[in-house]
Design a protein around this ligand. Structure first.
Ligand SMILES: [Ca+2]
Ligand SMILES: [Ca+2]
Length: 260
């Protein structure tokens, strides 16, 4: 009887201890969640630049610090070449270097990074010069390529629902061998690039597109420069359409569709 009582007592103690541990774990988890919420609240008012992240200083105030670690992408296509012709392992590494130099951190080993910017994705290399002939045939290359990309994104279900009408028509046009079967892809790309919905794409909106393509298509920048016929450093929807062979009706559609 005594031993049964002892066993019950021990089981009771264990259960009691377990309940304490469970409650303690819950409390710790809740505290962690509270800390995370507090951190997010404080950081929500701070906008950090590329290469920076929000941290709380010793007074608990949010501030921006240089990112501590950049993932090594282990893929040459994700390296970046800067305008000063210096290769970085990733864009993160480049922005981190800019941050260190901006904050006079001892890890700043390339002060010239401050005046530098990303030219293209990939290891620095000699890019071919775009000849007049290449520039002349470039619209055909680009429209065909955009047509294929739009189709591939549709197949991968990676397209925004608002493009469904465009892509369905594009597929019908391709199947029926319509001459300008790529038309809707040209419309789609402009809408994608024009993030500010002001019917023009500026250098900032074009930056990622150009940087990603430059190694593969050395004519991309000369071509886009050539599209900007009024030389205001922006490509309007009319200029985009004229450059890539859209009709007037397509341009009118572009203005209303993209501004939504
Ligand atoms: Ca824009
Ligand atoms: Ca222009």
């Amino acid at each position: 009887m005594a031993s049964t009582l002892n066993i019950l007592f021990i089981i009771g103690l264990l259960t009691f201890h377990q309940s304490i541990f469970i409650r303690a774990d819950d409390e710790v988890k809740t505290d962690q969640e509270k800390l995370l919420d507090d951190f997010q609240d404080r950081c929500s008012s701070v906008k950090c630049r590329d290469g920076e992240m929000c941290v709380l200083n010793k007074d608990g105030d949010a501030e921006c610090a240089c990112v501590t670690q950049c993932e090594d992408p282990k893929d040459e296509r994700l390296m970046i070449c800067t305008k000063a012709n210096h290769t970085y392992t990733s864009d993160c590494e480049f922005y981190q270097m800019q941050c260190w130099c901006r904050k006079n951190d001892e890890r700043c080993t390339r002060r010239e990074a401050l005046a530098d910017s990303i030219d293209y994705f990939g290891r620095c290399q000699t890019l071919g010069v775009c000849t007049d002939f290449e520039l002349e045939v470039f619209p055909k290359r680009m429209t065909t390529w955009l047509g294929e990309i739009l189709d591939a994104l549709f197949v991968r279900k990676d397209l925004d629902a608002k493009y469904e009408v465009l892509v369905n028509e594009a597929r019908r046009m391709k199947l029926s061998n319509t001459e300008k079967w790529w038309r809707n892809a040209v419309l789609w790309e402009f809408c994608e690039l024009d993030r500010t919905h002001d019917n023009s794409v500026n250098n900032e909106e074009l930056a990622r597109f150009v940087r990603s393509l430059k190694v593969l298509e050395h004519c991309i920048q000369p071509f886009l420069d050539h599209c900007d016929t009024d030389d205001d450093k922006k490509i309007s929807s009319d200029e985009w359409g004229a450059c890539l062979g859209l009709d007037k009706d397509d341009n009118a559609f572009l203005k209303t569709f993209c501004s939504q």
